[in-house]
Design a protein around this ligand. Structure first.
Ligand code: PBG
Length: 322
């Protein structure tokens, strides 16, 4: 009567598992972590239940836990004690992020890929991702010069992957040139290529004690735009990006699919702080089931085309998937 009964393939868990078209693996996941200068103990981030600003010791423990769970990579963010207009602590070899890179590479550098955010917003007193000109606008080319020095400092500290996330035009090319000129030809670039100005970054501001007032709309992409993501990705690949990223993930799954369809290099997506916070808040209220919602969200990001997923759930999800 019905030659095709799609329900036949849904009748049991083994059957569903057999025909599942997308799978998550621990090695695909990347854990973003925050390390706070001067913190003796980890500090809870109230808008991201379960996520902390790490002390150096708890950071190392988190890195070991991630390795034990099979997580493929770790993305480091620094929370410095001192901020200035130039974001100097990001370039300083003794700045918190560069110190953390050295420590984490020494601890787990043979077992997972160590990445660092290459951006100034955690380090500037005005909270922007770049330096400001006299009119108070983010100065693209002056910022790129600092990014080059920041990437060099990170490479010098031993990071495997630098991750420019500031959305300055030409940032990938400037960083690639600087790394190559200094002999860091193996330092890899994961470019935040299609990064949108998003209200869902809210909790991240607490996570990094951000000083930003206002928004990032003159450098991050407008959520109304689609083809611009292709242009941004093409430019980054031409400039030398080894991997590209779409961010945020869940409100941008169409963009992720577009980029996955055109990109010859691996594509990552970042399930950001606000996406995590929404799942946690709803689950805490008993409105959704936490673990199924977590795994469904990650599967959706994979299905939309992400090879790698940055997620605050990385270690927990990896354990569930093992
Ligand atoms: C910039 C950066 C941000 C995030 C990652 N890198 C903040 C921003 O662009 O406003 C957000 C990550 C998240 O929200 O989880 N250094």
């Amino acid at each position: 009567m019905f030659p095709h009964r799609p329900r036949r393939l849904r009748q049991s868990a083994p059957m569903r598992n057999l025909v599942a078209q997308n799978r998550l693996a621990p090695a695909d996941l990347i854990l973003p972590v925050f390390v706070k200068e001067g913190a003796a103990l980890p500090i809870d981030i109230s808008s991201m239940p379960g996520v902390q600003q790490h002390s150096m010791d708890s950071l190392k423990a988190a890195a070991h836990d991630a390795v034990a769970a099979g997580v493929g990579g770790i993305m480091l963010f620094g929370v410095p004690e001192t901020l200035d207009a130039q974001g100097s602590a990001g370039v300083d070899p003794n700045g918190i992020l560069n110190v953390a890179i050295r420590e984490v590479v020494a601890e787990v550098g043979n077992d997972m890929v160590v990445m660092a955010d290459t951006c100034l917003d955690e380090f500037t007193d005005h909270g922007h991702c770049g330096v400001l000109d006299d009119a108070g606008n983010v100065d693209n080319d002056a910022t790129n010069e600092i990014y080059a020095n920041m990437a060099l400092a990170q490479a010098e500290a031993g990071v495997h992957v630098v991750s420019p996330s500031g959305m300055m035009d030409g940032q990938v090319g400037v960083i690639r040139d600087a790394l190559d000129d200094a002999g860091y030809t193996n330092t890899t670039i994961l470019a935040y290529s299609a990064k949108y100005a998003s209200a869902f970054y809210g909790p991240f501001r607490e996570a990094v004690d951000s000083a930003l007032t206002g928004d990032r709309k003159t450098y991050q992409m407008d959520s109304a735009n689609r083809t611009e993501a292709i242009l941004e990705t093409e430019l980054d690949i031409q400039e030398g990006a080894d991997m590209v990223m779409v961010k945020p993930a869940m409100s941008y799954l169409d963009i992720l699919r577009d980029v996955a369809n055109m990109s010859p290099v691996p594509v990552a997506a970042y399930q950001i702080s606000g996406e995590y916070a929404m799942i946690e808040a709803a689950a805490a209220n008993g409105w959704i089931e936490r673990v199924p919602a977590m795994l469904e969200s990650l599967t959706a990001i994979r299905r939309a085309g992400a090879q790698n997923i940055l997620t605050y759930y990385a270690t927990e999800a990896a354990r569930l998937l093992a």
